[in-house]
Each structure stands twice: as structure tokens, then as C-alpha cells.
Ligand binder design. Structure first.
Ligand code: PTJ
Length: 260
């Protein structure tokens, strides 16, 4: 569909197109459409902008990623459909590790998602030269303890040995299991009430495609800071307080919204 750039909901419609296309290609789980719709609803309530509250979480997440020894970006169908290129750019600023980890896991979807990365010549070259690694497809043979869902299958080189895992939009059980393993989990989730949001070390309540470029910007900037300064940024952040602020923001907006 040709969406005119002047359309007030251009970005949102473009993202819808991307998820629908990814469904047709077998990259997105069917339930991914429902998850996307839930995200849109929360974004409406938040105001479809990166709030200062989310920005505080983005900064803490960036500092945590720069401090990490072995960070991994976990991707599912929705993340790849919406933000493949941006995920690659962020991974390049870190150690290059991206792991495909699916709730509705099938060998076919794992393969299709890997192929989706590889079909872009620029990304293919980055994979060939070792700048980027797509893990979890052939090497998902380690098990996250106490996690029965298919998300429990992870790569030794990736999520299993990671100290910090970036988890854009997912269901909550894995976050809890990763935190129990002693890992720090940074999640991106528009729903501040979700289990993922509540259990993460740092929760960025913002739309994925809006916050990833910001996260990358701060990662680049923070690489120039010393470790003590980075620690201060991380320690100065309180996730529960941030989530509470976000809920208050939504409540205030609802109270003050007028019909147009
Ligand atoms: O690809 P798979 O097989 O791993 O499956 C992925 C989905 C997303 C289907 C699966 O993890 C799932 O069912 O997730 P949930 O429980 O629906 O949670 C998804 C969360 O992401 C919801 O809280 C949404 O509000 C949120 N969300 C949706 N779209 C976005 C988003 N958050 C940020 N940016 C978005 N674009």
C-alpha cells in the first residue's frame, strides 16, 4: 500500500505494513499482530512520543550496555519485522551479538528470520566479516533453568553466557528466568503493567522503532565516559519509580484528554 507521508498516522501505518508483510513472509508469529495492536493502544495512551520518563530509562540502559562484558540483543518476529536494520546498528556499537529467540518457536521461522538478516547485502557483509553474529538459530542448545516455554532454548555464546540481555517486546516468563540466572535484563515494552516490564532491571516504556536510535545515540556517547560515571548513571536509576512515573503520566493524560 502506498501511504502518503502527509498522513497524520504515517509512521504507525508504515509499522503496520511491516508487521503484515512479515506475517506473509512467515517471519512474524500470528500472535505478533495481536501484540502489535496492544502496543499501539499503549502508545496512544502514552502520547506517541518518547517521554522524559522513557529517556531516563534509555540513558540507564545505554550505560548498562556500555558497562556490560557480554551484552546480547535478543530478537523475535516483531522486533525483526519492525527494526532489523536498527538492531544491527546497535549491535555494531556493542559486541555484535544478536540472538534469535522465539516464543512460537519453529525451525522454519528461525531460518526465515536468519535469512531476512542475510538477504540485505550490507548486513550479509557484516555477518561475513564477523562484525555481527546471528546466534540462536543453529546453536540454540542450552536451556534456561526453570523455563518451560520454547524461549528456554538459547545459545551458549549468546544469551546463556550474557551478563546483560536487551529484550525488545516479549511475554514475561523469560525475563523472570533470566533475572534469576543473575543477568541484567533491559526490556522495551509499551505496556508498563506487563510482567516483562515489572520484572526487568531496566524497562524502557517506549515504542521500539522510536527508542532504538536514541538508545544507540546514548551508547555511542557513553562509550566516552569512564566506568565510575557509567555506574553512577545506572545506580541513579530506579525501575519501579520509573514505572510508577509512567503510570502517573498515562493517568494524567487520560484525565486531561479532551474529545476532538
Ligand atoms: O516472535 P515470537 O514467536 O517470539 O512471538 C513474539 C510475541 C510478541 C508474539 C510474543 O512474545 C507475545 O505474545 O508477546 P506479548 O505477551 O503480546 O507481549 C508483547 C508486548 O510488547 C506487549 O506488552 C505490547 O504492549 C508490547 N509491544 C508491542 N509492540 C510494541 C511493543 N512495545 C514496544 N514497541 C512496539 N512496537
Amino acid at each position: 500500500m502506498n501511504i502518503p507521508k502527509s498522513h497524520p498516522r504515517y509512521k504507525s501505518l508504515l509499522n503496520r505494513e511491516k508487521v503484515v508483510e512479515a506475517l506473509d513472509r512467515g517471519i512474524l508469529a500470528k500472535a505478533g499482530l495481536i501484540a502489535h495492536g496492544r502496543g499501539e493502544t499503549f502508545d496512544y495512551l502514552i502520547g506517541e512520543k518518547t517521554t522524559d520518563i522513557a529517556l531516563r530509562a534509555i540513558k540507564a540502559a545505554a550505560a548498562m550496555l556500555v558497562l556490560a562484558e557480554n551484552p546480547v540483543i535478543s530478537v523475535n518476529g516483531n522486533t525483526v519485522a519492525l527494526a532489523r536494520d536498527e538492531v544491527v546498528k546497535l549491535a555494531e556499537e556493542l559486541n555484535g551479538k544478536i540472538e534469535v529467540n522465539l516464543f512460537y518457536r519453529s525451525e522454519e521461522r528461525l531460518r526465515k528470520i536468519k535469512e531476512f538478516f542475510e538477504e540485505d547485502p550490507v548486513i550479509r557483509e557484516k555477518i561475513r566479516s564477523g562484525k555481527i553474529k546471528i546466534l540462536g538459530v543453529e546453536d540454540g542448545n542450552k536451556q534456561i533453568p526453570n523455563l518451560e516455554s520454547a524461549r528456554g532454548k538459547v545459545s551458549q555464546e549468546g544469551i546463556y553466557s550474557a551478563d546483560v540481555v536487551l529484550v525488545p517486546l516479549e511475554d514475561g516468563d523469560r525475563t523472570e528466568a533470566l533475572v534469576k540466572m543473575g543477568k541484567k535484563v533491559i526490556s522495551i515494552d509499551l505496556n508498563p503493567l506487563s510482567r516483562t516490564a515489572q520484572r526487568s532491571t531496566v524497562t524502557i516504556v517506549d515504542e521500539l522503532t522510536r527508542c532504538l536510535p536514541l538508545l544507540r545515540k546514548y551508547v555511542r556517547e557513553y562509550k566516552r565516559l569512564d566506568r565510575e560515571e557509567l555506574q553512577r548513571i545506572v545506580e541513579g536509576f530506579d525501575n519501579r519509580e520509573n514505572l510508577r512515573d509512567m503510570l502517573n503520566h498515562i493517568c494524567n493524560r487520560l484525565r486531561n484528554l479532551q474529545f476532538i
